[in-house]
Design a protein around this ligand. Structure first.
Ligand code: SAM
Length: 382
């Protein structure tokens, strides 16, 4: 084909914005946000791009990738590790990401119990004998609540700038709509799923060729009254695990304790600062107005260290009130527990007490957090 002809072909060819692969990922993300699956697997995950996007979906607790090629998975699998920010602010829900090397033509118990399985542009890469086994492995054995399969629609090819028979040299076949839908309906009927067809990349007006990417969304019938198969039942693991990352989460007591201790210290310091500011301005006002200093301030100078502050108590909730004594601010745990973030993290007063004991200075009876404010006085004196 001469160069000018090639250019003309390309100019006439249909292109998509955003590119179709991004639209496919977006389609899956939307399904995830509407169905809220906890366990999701991406078969034929290649360089893990879809997995990387899905790791930000808060509902997902287990995210698994499977590909026949370990090398292609390894290209970007480092992007699936937790980042420093994940440790600084652990998520409320757990997340484990695992990558396996293996074939969709083989059964491994690690693929049981999934809510959603995606197969994006995978089936057209399967050899005939693998494709034959695929429905039994994915629908029959893995048997997830939902399966999403996308594959090229061969009817759209004349509108694309492709010089070869198939869109990609590794494609073993490309199906038209009838071929895909017949295959999908047979599989759905055999394994007790419903299937609906949709697609991405609409054809130009007047071209009745269907979407560029055709998609089947399969939903298992009897979603509720079915016992999931137990992985322990199976002995043989045929996949090789090549990556595993467990994200820090507040479900893990170690991270929860860290978060609670940090939040309690932060809250206690804010309370201590407010209390000091209040007392300072109260005392300054007394000095400036030349008002006779109250007996409780008489032996004091302007520096806090020398003030013996009495507790700021109110009759009705005495045991909730923080107070200053010497260089220490005392903040009852009950007061700290009333702050929404502390309350939400701990759930119960007992858990709060348990998590901070030994980590934060407490009064002898463990009912009050003690914050040293001696540094305040040093600042005042210099
Ligand atoms: N799903 C990816 C996406 O949407 O970006 C791209 C998929 S890529 C076009 C097809 C992938 O299927 C390749 O990474 C290939 O290694 C993988 N693959 C081919 N045969 C497979 C098999 N039998 N089992 C698992 N993965 C297979």
């Amino acid at each position: 084909m001469d160069v000018k002809l090639q250019k003309d072909e390309l100019a006439r060819a249909v292109t998509f914005k955003p590119p179709l692969y991004k639209q496919r990922y977006q389609f899956i993300k939307q399904l995830v946000s509407s169905h809220k699956p906890k366990k999701v697997a991406d078969l034929g995950c290649a360089d893990c791009r879809l997995l990387w996007l899905l790791k930000f979906c808060k509902c997902i607790e287990v995210l698994v990738g499977l590909d026949i090629s370990e090398d292609v998975m390894k290209e970007k699998m480092h992007t699936l590790f937790p980042l420093p920010g994940d440790y600084l602010q652990p998520s409320e829900s757990p997340l484990t990401i695992i990558l396996h090397q293996g074939s969709v033509a083989h059964k491994d118990p690690c693929m049981l119990g999934f809510d959603m399985i995606t197969c994006i542009e995978l089936i057209e890469h399967l050899e005939a004998r693998e494709l034959e086994k695929f429905p039994e492995v994915v629908f029959g054995f893995m048997n997830p609540a939902m399966v999403i399969i996308s594959t090229p629609n061969a009817e759209f090819n004349p509108l694309l700038p492709i010089a070869t028979l198939f869109r990609h040299p590794d494609h073993k076949f490309e199906w038209n709509r009838a071929q895909f839908q017949n295959w999908a309906q047979d599989a759905a009927a055999h394994y007790d799923y419903t299937v609906e067809f949709t697609g991405l990349g609409a054809p130009p007006p007047g071209k009745d060729v269907g979407f560029c990417t055709q998609i089947g969304v399969f939903v298992r019938k009897n979603l509720k009254n079915r016992e999931p198969d137990r992985p322990e039942k199976y002995q043989e693991h045929v996949y090789k695990t090549v990556f595993k990352a467990v994200y820090p989460s507040l479900k893990d007591e170690k991270y929860l304790q860290n978060a609670v201790v940090n939040e309690v210290i932060r809250t206690a310091q804010i309370i201590a600062r407010r209390l000091l500011n209040h007392r300072k301005s109260e005392f300054k006002k007394h000095c400036e107005d030349h008002v006779e200093i109250e007996p409780r301030f008489r032996s004091s100078c302007c520096f806090l260290r020398h003030l013996e502050y009495p507790p700021l108590v109110e009759a009705d909730n005495q045991n909730m009130q923080p107070f200053i004594n010497g260089n220490t601010v005392y903040i009852p745990l009950a007061k700290l527990f009333s702050f929404p973030k502390v309350n939400q993290l701990c759930g119960t007063f007992e858990i709060l007490s348990k998590l901070i004991t030994g980590k934060i200075a407490l009064s002898n009876d463990g009912s009050t957090v003690m914050i040293d404010v001696g540094y305040e006085n040093e600042e005042q004196e210099t």
